[in-house]
Design a protein around this ligand. Sequence first.
Ligand code: PEP
Ligand code: MN
Length: 338
Amino acid sequence: MLVVMHSHATPPQIEQVLAAIRRMNLTPHPLPGAQRTAIGITGNISVVDPRSLEVLPGVLELIRVTKPYKLASREMHEADTYVRLPQTTIGPGTFTLIAGPCSVENEDMILRTAEFLRSQGVHLLRAGAFKPRSSPYAFQGLGQEGLDILGRVRQRTGIGIVTELMDSETADAVEQVADIIQIGTRNMQNFSLLRRVGRSKKPVLLKRGMAATLEEWLMAAEYVMAGGNYNVVLCERGVRTFSDHSRNTLDLSVIPPVKHLSHLPILVDPSHGTGKRDYVPAMALAALAAGADGLLIEIHPEPERALSDGAQSLNFESFICLMEALRRLAEPLGKTIP
Ligand code: PEP
Ligand code: MN
């Protein structure tokens, strides 16, 4: 349910509506717009008597939101969401690049990567300290030591950090160094973790579950937003299909419906989407053409020596070539790459 206030509604009138919603044991979400304020209502709205809200002073109309996801839907929030970070802003109009190794391996490689990215005008570095590996015997990440490295490199270079959170126990520690908290494909429906990041002040990069429908994905975003964290960035990283020529099937066809149904920005991860570095540039360019708001790309100073996902990681030289190609394509599409 969405309560649309008159453009001339006063702050006390808005407050009165918020209080009435709270008295129904529901949660009001004020959504200030350029023209007028709207108030989204979440909770079990079957108990709402619309007439009791409609008659309050300053209320223009009540709109029923038909989708099961509410705060994530365009029905409730028409304008595109821009996620503002200290280093850059993610949202339509710009094309945000997030790049870095799969895992934090040591301080030197993170520092080298951060300095390289800064020299290319890239503001956000990705790297996992806690790694969700298919095998318990594979490199699991450096854990807290990896976070400490990311924190020091952030401080030294000013680069923003995107790093994965795997469980609630490490949430406080990850929150301290991350500019964006990544929720990986395997945790897209870990509802207690989603609730935890819903209470965070840090934006969330929500990867699509490897077998998730668009509705399930947006419902996962809804979990985060229902907790009051509206800064969610979606990330398509490929889904499971019968195809085995690539690691996953990168579903670029999800971008237009995401844009239609939701106001949230969407990035594409062509590295996990393909699993092979040779296929990454084509899918990165295709993501830009298809309307994505940016990319999450794995790069490594020495991909052949990477402790995880080396086969899909670009080296610095190939990343420069890709950046040039992206810049050439962005211009006719009316997007800027900062
Ligand atoms: C990653 O980004 O390194 C990662 C583990 O991604 P995903 O959750 O998409 O597999
Ligand atoms: Mn990886």
